[in-house]
Design a protein around this ligand. Structure first.
Ligand SMILES: [Zn+2]
Length: 156
C-alpha cells in the first residue's frame, strides 16, 4: 500500500478523540495490504486500507475481545489463513454502518492485526498449516476476505 503519515491516519478517524497512532517510522509500506494496530487498552483495533471501490483510503475501527477459550488450541485467522499454535487470534467486531449500533459483525483475526507480515515468508513458515498456494494468491485471498466482511458492514 502507499505510505501513510500521522496526519493522513488521523484524518481518517476524525471522530476519535485522542486517537492513538503507533510509531510508523520503520513501517515498510510496500509489504502491507492494510495497516492495522491495537489501542494500548487492548479493546479496540484500527485498520487503514485502500477501498476496492474507489481506491481511496478507508479507516475502520474494530472492537477487540480476547478469545475466551480455556484450552489452548490452534486457530486460523479468517483473513490471512495463518494457523496459530495458540492465542494468536482475537475476536474482532465491526459495527454495521447505518444500524445505529444495533448490528455488529464478528470475525477471528490475527490478534495484533499484522496479517500482512504473516502471509509473507519467512514468517509464514511458522504457520501450523503449510499451504502450497503461492504468496500472491494468499494476498489475493486475504484481500477478498477483508473486503467481503467490510462490505457486509457497509464500511468500505
Ligand atoms: Zn491474519
Amino acid at each position: 500500500m502507499l505510505a501513510l503519515d500521522q496526519f493522513s491516519i488521523q484524518s481518517l478517524f476524525s471522530d476519535e478523540k485522542n486517537l492513538f497512532v503507533p510509531d510508523i517510522s520503520k513501517t515498510v509500506w510496500d509489504d502491507l495490504e492494510y495497516f492495522g494496530w491495537i489501542h494500548p487498552d487492548g479493546k479496540s483495533g484500527f485498520i487503514v486500507l485502500e477501498s476496492p471501490n474507489h481506491g481511496r483510503l478507508k479507516g475502520v475501527k474494530l472492537q477487540r475481545q480476547k478469545n475466551r477459550r480455556v484450552k489452548s488450541r490452534s486457530e486460523m485467522c479468517s483473513w490471512c489463513h495463518f494457523v496459530h499454535k495458540s492465542n494468536g487470534t482475537a475476536f474482532f467486531s465491526v459495527e454495521v454502518k447505518g444500524s445505529d449500533g444495533r448490528r455488529n459483525l464478528g470475525n477471528l483475526i490475527c490478534k495484533d492485526l499484522d496479517c500482512s507480515s504473516r502471509i509473507r515468508k519467512p514468517k509464514y513458515s511458522d504457520s501450523l498449516m503449510q499451504e502450497i498456494i503461492y504468496e500472491p494468491a494468499r494476498i489475493w485471498r486475504m484481500k477478498l476476505a477483508m473486503h467481503r466482511w467490510l462490505r457486509r458492514a457497509n464500511s468500505i
